[in-house]
Ligand binder design. Structure first.
Ligand code: 3HC
Length: 395
């Protein structure tokens, strides 16, 4: 096991600054790296705001202030230099394979012989990212959920080449990173696949939600009507959550699933149009919603909206149950309890298996109808789900 004291986070955006914040809270020596000074400075500002919130609530511990913690943060725009004496690098750069491969190679070329590279990619192959780095056995995945200080789940992913020492060290570092909403939940991903566990299971729901977006547009409905369909049963409705995660991230990941899983993951027209117009959601201030009104303003808009009658939570559950069974079939997770727990820890929403155990026949009917309604063959129920055979795979 590598004795980790120094952590470098590469990419100072939404996810990177959140990861750096919890690494500082875990008392690691943290270096935040990005390509431009302004990016690193805005990442630092995000972290400082979070630390000041904690200080104002007396949650930083005796004698510790936001300033004292922030004084430990090292900022850099020189990756090769920044990783010279670091034990582990957590990469959170844009979801582009060539850029991630380049970052991984630079880390392995310039870091000490024991340095570990952990990618926070939402979907991509860790094996591919680390393949040409010169040390693929010291590559793995550490996938966090947005916002990192509040979402408990971390998926730790084994690539085809990850060594036991690398995997165990990454598991230990992940466990050491505090969360403001309870204990961290570390989901072991035994074998890599597109989107790992939580994103993979929720991925085909985006095919359905995409169909809902495009249908609502054709009918001239208001986006808040779709979120009203969720009836407050989700922390954020399908439109607000897409804006929160980022419409570019949604499009990049769906294009990746289109290459790796099925043509049916073609991103919805509505999302492509918004991304083409530079409306990426909360991070640009506009997407489905105008975020200048704040989350409270959006909540009031949804509350006042007439439900569209297009998005149905049970359909979403049936899709997740089917995909959860694919994850079990492919040996990505050892049992359905891990899948349900990871979804609750990563999305603050229940996984499908609790409901699915007594509703799998109904789920199969819902999916057969959905195939007819949308023309998307990917929704076809698989044997492990239809037969209820998954019930024997709890752990
Ligand atoms: N540091 C310190 N404190 C912080 C903080 C930070 N960085 N961020 C928030 N806080 C504090 C707030 O000040 C607030 O404190 P208070 O309770 O004393 O007022 C507290 O934490 C709660 O913050 P919010 O009021 O913002 O939290 P909400 O209760 O409104 O919940 C939410 C916000 C957790 C985002 C909730 O809406 C939610 O669960 N949304 C769904 C998010 C989700 O699904 N994420 C996963 C997306 S998919 C993903 O990430 C995968 C990736 O691959 C793309």
């Amino acid at each position: 096991m590598v004795d980790v004291k120094k952590v470098a986070v590469v990419g100072a955006g939404l996810m990177g600054s959140g990861i750096a914040q919890v690494a500082l809270m875990a008392d690691y020596d943290v270096t935040l790296v990005d390509i431009k000074q302004e990016f690193v400075d805005s990442g630092e500002a995000n972290i400082r705001e979070g630390m000041q919130k904690l200080e104002s609530k007396g949650k930083l511990g005796a004698g510790i202030t936001a300033d004292s913690i922030m004084s430990k943060l090292i900022k850099s725009i020189d990756l090769a230099e920044a990783v010279k004496n670091v034990d582990i690098v957590i990469e959170a750069v844009v979801e582009k394979m060539d850029i991630k491969k380049q970052v991984c190679k630079t880390v392995m070329d310039n870091g000490p012989d024991h340095i570990i590279f952990a990618s926070n990619t939402s979907t991509m192959s860790i094996t591919e990212i680390a393949k040409d780095s010169g040390a693929p056995e010291r590559g793995c995945g550490m996938h966090f959920f947005n916002p990192v200080p509040l979402m408990r789940c971390v998926e730790v992913i084994r690539s085809d080449d990850t060594s036991d020492e690398t995997f165990e060290t990454a598991m230990e570092v992940a466990e050491n990173l505090p969360c403001l909403r309870g204990d961290r939940y570390i989901a072991p991903v035994l074998k890599e696949g597109p989107g790992f566990i939580v994103n993979r299971m929720n991925a085909p729901v985006n095919i359905y939600i995409g169909w809902v977006y495009d249908t609502a547009k054709e009918r001239g409905l208001d986006w808040a009507q779709i979120d009203a369909d969720a009836g407050g049963k989700m922390p954020m409705g399908p439109c607000e959550l897409a804006d929160y995660v980022g419409l570019d991230t949604m499009m990049h990941t769906m294009n990746y699933y289109k290459e790796t899983l099925s043509e049916d993951f073609e991103p919805p027209k509505v999302v492509k149009e918004m991304v083409d117009n530079g409306n990426l959601g909360a991070k640009t201030g506009k997407g489905f919603y105008d975020w200048n009104q704040g989350r409270e303003g959006i909540k009031q808009k949804v509350k006042a909206a007439e439900p569209a009658g297009l998005f149905d939570l049970q359909t979403s559950m049936a899709i997740m149950l089917n995909e959860g069974c694919r994850i079990l079939d492919e040996g990505i997770a050892s049992g359905y309890k891990i899948i349900d727990d990871a979804n609750m820890a990563g999305m603050n929403s229940p996984g499908p298996f609790g409901w699915g155990k007594s509703n799998f026949e109904k789920a199969a009917e819902i999916l057969e109808d959905l195939v007819k309604k949308t023309g998307k063959e990917y929704f076809k129920p698989i044997e492990l789900m239809k037969s209820g055979g998954f019930k024997k795979m709890r752990k």
